[in-house]
Design a protein around this ligand. Sequence first.
Ligand code: HEC
Length: 271
Amino acid sequence: MKPFSLLFLFSSLLLTASVQAQSQSAAITADKLAKINAVAAHAGVLYAATNNGLYQSQDQGKSWRPAVAPGLPATTVNTTADGKLYSFVVGQGLLALDSSSGQWKTVNNQFGSQVLMNLSVDDKASKQMAGLNQYGKIILSDNAGERWHGLRGPYRPGSEAEKRGQALFQKNCQTCHGIDGVGETYTLQALTDQKYLMAPALDASAHAWHHTDDALVKTILEGSSRPSRMPAWKDKGLSEQNARDLVAYMKSLWTQRELDCQGPKHMQCMK
Ligand code: HEC
């Protein structure tokens, strides 16, 4: 699924979301649930991950109430072999049910503009998790979901330029563009306010790689051509060398495919 089709999907539900938000705790019948993305049964309760959030039913699915604040899509809900329950809710991140308090707790919300569509936890090693994001890419966690990485393993910069770029990125860019350039996390404002431009992923998942190095350097130094929160970094003390180091770092987050297809060539590479 492309990021924009996901946005389109979300925006088509926001009308229902705002109506339902007014009566958060009122029970609804199964036919009033938004599109269901996943279901799970856990300790006698049914859970449905719907496009309007995570819902639960105590009466075998006749009536449903929000399990956490509704409004944004819940993309998955999964039980694990050791009896835990996880869900991914856009804007709230990966959640786990705390069985002692009955409350859902955030495990992590560092997914940027990635959404977890599916989750599996290793039955022999509960810290090992495998997930699928909306771009169809496998992401893995070795620490029970605290941090995620792609199949290549946790990110490590190679060259000196990449290391300098990473340090600059963590200091100046990460607040908007996410850890390891995964993009800005979806919020209700980002999905409802049409004028709100999200800070895109700068890794391989969005289309930073459609631009040449020079075009990326220009955007960094001069800001976006559209009115947005993306600053002109030359006015904030970054040099052209800094911008080139940042581009080196961004490109170290791409795979060979994006490197081979960068810039004008990207049209031929898209199927
Ligand atoms: C306050 C939030 C914010 C910060 C901090 C920020 N950006 Fe951005 N950035 C944005 C937004 C929003 C956009 C989208 C602008 C648009 O679409 O016109 C963007 C766009 C970009 C783009 C264009 C990507 C594309 O695919 O076209 C690049 C490259 C970029 N930023 C790099 C950086 C770098 C490097 C830094 C740190 C030096 C940084 N940004 C810091 C908000 C931010």
